[in-house]
Design a protein around this ligand. Sequence first.
Ligand code: 8IG
Length: 277
Amino acid sequence: MTDIHDNPLDAPNADPFEIAARAAADIARLTGVENHDIALTLGSGWGKAAELIGETIATIPATEVTGFSKPALAGHVGTLRSIRTPGGKNVLVIGARTHYYENHGVRRVVHSVRTAAATGAKIMVLTNGAGGARESWKPGQPVLISDHINLTADSPLEGATFIDLTDLYSTRLRDVARTIDPSLDEGVYTQFRGPHYETPAEVQMAKKMGGDIVGMSTALEAIAAREAGMEILGFSLITNLAAGIQKTPLSHTEVIEAGQAAEPVISALLARVVEAL
Ligand code: 8IG
């Protein structure tokens, strides 16, 4: 029902939580699954995880769900899936991320997270493809997100909503992930606005501020997930070393190719982590 130019979230008097509740009701009706336990946003490189997590109960186009935007990029699958794990947990897999750089406002960026919370999910797993600012990291390597620096100068919180962001990327859940793969490294995710990649000077700035990973998503979503009371686990696939860290210019094709090569490995890892949550 929603069209990119006609979204209820854009109405001046819209209540984003009421719209998320409507979206959750759409998901329950269209999937036949009343409640979900875990939600998982699949970023670039992570798409194959869905098949490995469990049995797909239903796949629905995001455009059938209240408030969802059409995907901006071909290859960003605009579907929502309900998957039952072997252990009996219901996982909502969100393959329809709206990026901040699409300029539809932060409400649309975090609508999937608010919807996930409204379906009952207590854990939000956020994954992305990103650049690595540490020389020791290799393209194709997954890393845990330990914290973030939000350089968008924006927030999903509306009004005087003061939310603590300590331990935003749950230490407990990172420990669970490391029981599956003890070699997982971790780092601070820095969200830039994009869609351009950083200059080498901006990457150096991010590093001096304490950033290790550079990307264009996740931080705003994590803030909304915390507001909604969910526990958060974040993963970045380092698809490329950030500008100036690697010696050659960044190409979108290379980024996609590195993601495709790593996809089976990191998807299997993610499926095992989800089962352990
Ligand atoms: I994939 O190097 C991917 N996404 N900001 N910088 C930013 N986002 C990214 C990058 C990168 N690689």
